[in-house]
Design a protein. Structure first.
Length: 566
């Protein structure tokens, strides 16, 4: 039975007063909050028929289009709303969101700047501007904005998006506070489903996974071989709840062969929760958390008896509806446990699986990749929001010290590449020594990765999937493990690969190690050969063994026996 719907009273209100535009706007808000984009759009259209050009109705229509991924239409509606209400910071923020997803990166930055200028003391607006400037490598006022955001979190004054907060130089305690502030309002307003029934004695454990990444997406790439291996594990019944529509990719086809995939794309939160409940899922893994495209509202309804934070969100959920976090002893050591709201369950291997069936295609020539014919190739293919001033400074220090070397980066949105070249110039590195790779299909990306000699990680937000990709392609990863989950993932991969020497103590050691390797082609060649050997022998990429360990963790959680354990 679904929980009672608070929208019922609002629908009754518009039935009684069908010509009340404000009542339709309030109903639209509630429909959109419930994840029902079509109902929200319909309510907005009713309001606009009664009050043409009303900025609040236009703004919500833009939000409805945004939820349906109709980004140009979302931009048009929100630009009209902003034109009608130019001093409305909330409309400016939503316009920024729509412009982001429409690919208009610099215009999105302008919208967030406008919102912050209209309400400079509002930390949530500062957080949106801060996060987007990080993506654009626009580091103006970075410290001022970061201080404003961290202060608001520490004082409990704002529900900042936890995913963006991971890029700040925050402590694990601050990250827990941030997540709790975000979870608390949902916990107050979302009605839970009745308790899930228990599994009959001797029945198979029905395990569910909820994500918007079941396709050609990092989540799909990381999990597909594990799900294939889990098919051979007795007493596990796999169900994937896909918030994203089918993309026709080979990964999606493999996922559909490995497990039962429930297409819940476009459904509202209650419908997704009921789909999980109707499938009698006992242990539900949230593979999105506070990351983009997640649906914490679904998890807050408690569709499964046991709910687990795993893989995609590298930190604590801070949410009362999540029981466990699945980790390993390196990425989440005992010292971090007090800063996690969940009970910690540890795998005896790295918590992050990988697709161990991937072929390494023949790489194109260095010239075709924009690389010089000779010289060491340092790379960092992390997303641009991880490329903060400190991480870029230490990478450029290595490039500057190694004659003929280059730094190979993933091309960023907007003018990010130009800004990074300007930073390089200011630090004594000619801009031509920064080479940018446009985003590639995964196979093409893996082919190109084979030209990279050494991956230079970032902090405080490490390489995660990108570190796994680099190691699979034979490229060693150099990192400085930090004091938070997000800052220890690359270190965990190195640790379980059996290459702890690639985990160094600080930035000085990082630059010294990168410089020494970059100046010694023989040492680099031997290091790459070691990566290849350990990739084969270490167990890091052994998905059959991972599946057995994963199943043991599932059984313990399903039976209420899971304790924090190493």
């Amino acid at each position: 039975m679904a929980p009672s719907d608070p929208r019922a009273d609002l629908r009754e209100a518009v039935r009684r007063e069908p010509r009340n535009a404000l009542a339709w706007i309030v109903l639209a808000d509630a429909e959109l909050d419930a994840g029902d984009a079509l109902a929200g759009q319909s309510a907005c259209q009713q309001a606009l028929a009664l009050a043409p050009g009303h900025p609040e109705a236009l703004a919500r229509l833009g939000r409805a289009h945004w939820l349906q991924r109709r980004f140009p239409e979302a931009v048009a509606s929100l630009q009209a709303a902003a034109g009608a209400a130019p001093r409305h910071p909330g409309i400016a923020v939503w316009l920024g969101h729509a412009l982001e997803d429409a690919g208009e990166a610099e215009a999105a930055a302008d919208a967030y700047t406008t919102a912050h200028a209209l309400a400079p003391d509002e930390p949530q607006l500062a957080a949106y501007l801060l996060a987007w400037r990080r993506r654009l490598c626009d580091w103006r006022d970075l410290d001022t904005l970061a201080t404003q955001v961290r202060t608001a979190v520490s004082e409990g004054r704002a529900a900042i998006e936890p995913f963006a907060f991971l890029s700040e130089d925050s402590t694990a305690a601050e990250q827990l506070q941030c997540a709790r502030l975000r979870a608390a309002p949902l916990a107050r307003v979302i009605r839970r489903l009745p308790p899930a029934p228990s599994r009959p004695p001797g029945g198979r454990v029905r395990v569910g996974f909820l994500s918007n990444g079941f396709g050609a997406h990092p989540t799909g790439l990381l999990t597909v071989a594990l799900f294939e291996a889990l098919r051979t594990v007795p007493d596990i019944d796999l169900h994937l709840f896909a918030l994203n529509p089918r993309d026709g990719s080979p990964i999606r086809h493999r996922l559909e062969s490995a497990a039962r995939v429930h297409d819940v794309a476009g459904r509202n939160h209650a419908q997704v929760a009921m789909a999980i409940r109707d499938a009698a899922i006992e242990v539900l893994f949230d593979l999105r958390g506070w990351g983009g495209g997640g649906t914490p509202e679904v998890l807050a309804m408690r569709p499964a008896r046991v709910q687990v934070n795993w893989l995609a969100y590298p930190g604590t959920s801070g949410a009362p509806w999540i029981d466990y976090v699945l980790a390993d002893e390196f990425v989440l050591p005992p010292a971090l446990e007090p800063h996690f709201s969940e009970t910690v369950v540890r795998l005896p291997r790295c918590f992050q699986p990988s697709d161990s069936t991937r072929a390494l295609p023949v790489p194109p020539s260095r010239e075709a990749c924009g690389l010089p014919a000779t010289g060491s190739v340092f790379c960092c293919f992390n997303n641009s929001y991880k490329l903060n001033p400190a991480s870029v400074a230490r990478a450029l220090a290595a490039v500057r010290a190694v004659p003929g070397s280059v730094l190979w980066l993933l091309s960023g949105p907007g003018d990010a590449d130009r800004r990074l070249r300007e930073v390089a110039q200011a630090r004594g590195v000619t801009p031509e020594r920064l080479v940018f790779m446009p985003k590639q299909p995964h196979a093409d990306y893996l082919a190109r990765l084979q030209h990279a000699d050494l991956f230079l990680d970032t902090a405080p937000y490490n390489a995660h999937t990108t570190a796994s990709d680099a190691l699979w392609a034979g490229c060693p990863v150099l990192t400085v493990p930090g004091e938070t989950f997000a800052s220890r993932v690359a270190g965990s991969l190195n640790h379980h690969l059996g290459m702890p020497a690639m985990n160094v103590a600080d930035d000085a050691a990082f630059v010294a190690r990168a410089t020494g390797l970059g100046c010694d082609p023989t040492a680099l060649h031997e290091l790459r050969a070691e990566v290849a050997r350990r990739r084969r022998d270490s167990g890091l990429f052994d998905m059959d063994a991972f599946a057995r360990d994963f199943a043991a963790a599932v059984y313990s959680m399903a039976n209420g026996q899971a304790l924090s354990r190493s």
